[in-house]
Design a protein around this ligand. Structure first.
Ligand code: AMP
Ligand code: GLY
Length: 428
């Protein structure tokens, strides 16, 4: 089979690598920047804007691909699935209308509210700046202010943590129009990703991402600095009942999408806050998480291509999807100054990284040298029978890299995990 992978980050490198584990799957790629890892795997690449749906379709025809896997959210929002499927190329990814679960935060909250889906925080959607400002001025408690559209995970301001009331008001004003304002949820975050074929979901192992730039969860929000997963595919601070609730929330959401006439297929990414009262939805994404894709796809022991076909033709089967019972730790290396003032153009040299998988992201190959760009550079995934073992592999590999890059040493450590467990105990 011939598979087209759209996108050129660490997530898409992991997708391409998972597909290519079946020697009968030939990978083709469209990406805006040349990812050396994907370029190495792919039979043919097109360096082009991923949101140019017409050009992507032409390339898909040229290569005679059987199906396409869409990595990032921007092409989904541009309607790439609608365009490819209208031309007879099935996709792993939702239609533009179904992708609104991610691309329109107001739509997502209103859908959950309309269908009485549990796990929806208290929220208000504002279309007028003055109304929103008045609401923030008079609200008693902490709030979260979000733009409705895509922001690469960097558009949220949390009052009571990142900003004070004045800061929240200033932020509301800067949005010039629609904003979602919601209660601030307290708890521990976890990610539940699932394959979806429009009717049913097949869940993947739970992962915990680390959004903050610096150790100890400090500094600005980033696209994600790294993530880990446990050998039992759960999290020690997520009880069976919490897990079941989270999965039920996601199933209710895809049932609602089907009722709306926009069946959801592709990858459904649920970002949850496990609160004292159980899991609440922070947001949905219409695609794999980045970095979370690297954790789960490194563990996937069944054929991703087969699952992709099951998604595309509505015959997804949980029995056919299997993951190794191992822990994973993913650490992203990022340019110095990332995310606010990244310094690009520095040479990076990868040393001995035996024991860890290497996924390239925003990096440039020039005359046989690798150089940083402005976003996340590359990631290592360590695996092991225990979290410690996985962490050691990831840490050893990350510390082998020379150049003007940094990473979070604390991700995947037992110390950090114990803090999360203690935090959850305290809340309950
Ligand atoms: P998002 O762009 O929606 O993924 O939000 C980015 C980050 O902001 C999340 O990973 C959370 O850490 C935080 N966040 C978003 N919404 C809330 C909320 N309602 N309460 C507390 N934290 C939130
Ligand atoms: N890791 C968060 C995201 O992919 O949006």
């Amino acid at each position: 089979m011939k598979a087209l992978v759209v996108g050129g980050g660490g997530r898409e490198h992991a997708i391409a690598a998972a597909l290519a584990r079946n020697p009968e799957t030939h990978v083709f790629s469209v990406m805006a920047k040349r990812n050396p890892g994907i370029a190495h795997i792919a039979k043919k690449i097109l360096l082009h804007k991923e949101t140019d749906t017409g050009r992507v379709l032409a390339f898909a025809h040229e290569c005679g691909v059987d199906y396409a896997v869409i990595g990032p959210e921007a092409p989904l929002e541009a309607g790439i699935v609608d365009v490819l499927e209208a031309a007879g190329i099935p996709c792993v990814g939702p239609s533009r209308a179904a992708a609104r679960l991610e691309t329109d935060k107001a739509f997502c909250r209103e859908l959950m509210h309309r269908y009485r889906i549990p796990g929806c925080p208290e929220y208000r959607v504002f279309h007028d700046t003055d109304d929103a400002v008045a609401f923030v001025e008079n609200y008693d408690g902490d709030l979260v202010v979000k733009p409705v559209g895509l922001t690469g995970g960097k558009g949220v301001r949390i009052m009571g943590e990142q900003v004070d009331r004045e800061g929240a008001i200033e932020y509301v004003r800067s949005l010039h129009g629609v904003a979602v304002i919601e209660e601030r949820l307290l708890g521990e975050e976890f990610t539940l990703q699932a394959f979806a074929d429009g009717k049913s979901l097949v869940p993947m192992p739970l992962v915990q991402d680390h959004k903050r730039a610096f150790e100890g969860d400090t500094g600005p929000n980033t696209g994600g600095m790294g993530s880990y997963s446990m050998p039992d595919h759960r999290m020690p601070f997520v009880k069976d009942a919490d897990y079941k609730k989270a999965l039920d929330i996601m199933m209710a959401t895809i049932a609602a999408m089907a009722q709306e006439g926009h069946p959801y297929k592709g990858i459904l990414y649920g970002q949850f806050m496990n609160t004292a009262n159980g899991p609440k939805v922070i947001e949905y994404n219409a695609r794999f998480g980045d970095p979370e894709a690297m954790n789960v796809l490194s563990l996937l022991s069944s054929d991703l291509g087969e699952t992709a076909c099951g998604i595309a033709d509505g015959t997804l089967c949980s029995k056919a999807v299997t993951f190794d019972k191992k822990a994973t730790v993913c650490k992203y290396l990022v340019p110095e100054g990332y995310p606010d003032k990244p310094v690009p153009g520095d040479t990076v040299t990868v040393g001995d990284h035996t024991g860890a998988l290497l996924y390239y992201a925003n990096i440039e190959e020039r005359d046989g040298r690798l150089a940083t760009l402005t976003s996340r550079t590359l990631a290592f995934v360590g695996m092991g029978d225990t979290l410690e073992e996985a962490q050691e592999h990831a840490e050893k590999a990350a510390s082998s890299v020379k150049g003007n890059v940094r990473y979070r040493r604390d991700i995947g450590t037992v110390k950090l995990l114990n803090q999360r467990i203690a935090h959850m105990k305290e809340l309950r």
